[in-house]
Design a binder for this molecule. Structure first.
Ligand SMILES: NCCCCC[C@@H](C[SeH])C(=O)O
Ligand SMILES: [Zn+2]
Ligand SMILES: [Zn+2]
Ligand SMILES: [Zn+2]
Length: 307
């Protein structure tokens, strides 16, 4: 595969090779586990980042690339892992985080779709699952979770880009991640899912306009995180509950995690606001990732204070 770069949109083959090498680069700080396969049989790798411990530590789950065309999202998870390993021991916040918690990172959630955007259709969003009941392919993995499933902002038409699937967790990728989070729910304290674009920091709910039980705290943390992000390059984010801040959208991973009991559940919509949209130039990978690190670290430090 082509050489890996943190400032390029790497192909899946390159990312897979990177996962293999980085997960064996520092046994004290990182390990890898395969949580299942995609529809087309690619391995879904979760990277466990944190000071190795024989006992289970409180943890955070971070996923990128649930939507295939949102390449800046996939770039961010690679950046996060690099930053974590390279600043552990020197950056006091990162050192404290990785000593106290583990961060499970799923660098590419929707691998089949991501590969398809490199090879066939840059604007593909969904999974690449096929069934005999339709000639249309894939379901929207951010409408396929068992959280108000298919009740709002989703379509039951298999040809729609927001097709909710034939049933909750019908998409094997969603089921693999849901199973992992269910298995580890007693230790997972936060769920962060990275998308693009619009520059938004969203939290539950999107399946209803009703306010979440922890709305005030989630809002305050989102505001603080957005301020931290803006401090670097002045990038402006809007924070709020999904339904009112972007649109009603049922079956989302963030709402599902929140209702499972993962209180700090956030969806990021990274740069930009439409000039380039999903086609964000590679020159913006570094600034986008650096500013997003500040927001993520703001959230994780709040989580740590509330363990
Ligand atoms: N759980 C829904 C959060 C709000 C919508 C997020 C966007 C990301 Se492209 C979407 O899934 O349409
Ligand atoms: Zn998305
Ligand atoms: Zn989006
Ligand atoms: Zn950095």
């Amino acid at each position: 595969p082509r050489a890996h770069s943190y400032t390029k949109y790497n192909t899946w083959d390159t990312i897979q090779a990177w996962i293999t090498s980085i997960s064996s680069s520092n046994p004290e700080l990182i390990s890898r586990q395969v949580i299942g396969s995609t529809f087309e049989g690619r391995p879904m790798n979760v990277l466990k980042v944190g000071k190795r411990s024989s006992s289970t530590k409180p943890s955070i789950f971070l996923d990128c690339g649930i939507h295939a065309r949102e390449w800046i999202s996939t770039a961010f998870c690679q950046w996060f892992v690099k930053e974590a390993l390279s600043t552990y021991g020197t950056d006091s916040d990162m050192t404290g985080l990785l000593n106290q918690m583990d961060v499970y990172v799923l660098p590419v959630f929707n691998i089949d779709g991501y590969d398809y955007t490199h090879k066939k259709d840059r604007m593909w969003r969904k999974t690449r699952s096929k069934t005999s009941s339709s000639s249309c392919i894939g379901a929207d993995p951010n409408r396929n979770w068992n959280a108000g499933w298919c009740t709002a902002g989703a379509s039951s038409n298999p040809c729609s880009d927001t097709f909710c699937g034939y049933s909750p967790e019908s998409e094997i990728e969603v089921k693999n991640v849901a199973d992992f989070i269910r298995r580890n729910k007693s230790s997972i304290k936060a769920y962060l899912t990275i998308h693009s674009y619009s520059q938004l920091l969203l939290f539950p709910y999107s399946y209803t306009f009703a306010l979440a039980q922890h709305h005030n705290e989630l809002m305050a943390v989102a505001e603080g995180a957005s301020n931290a992000l803006r401090s670097l390059y002045g990038t402006k984010y809007t924070s709020g509950p999904g339904a009112a801040t972007i649109y009603p959208a049922a079956g989302g991973s963030d709402d599902w995690a929140y209702d499972l009991g993962v209180k700090y559940s956030y969806t990021f919509e990274l740069r930009d606001t439409g000039r380039y949209g999903f086609l964000l130039p590679e020159t913006q990978i570094k600034p986008t990732c650096e500013e997003t690190m500040l927001a993520v670290k703001y959230i994780t430090s709040h989580v740590q204070k509330n363990l």
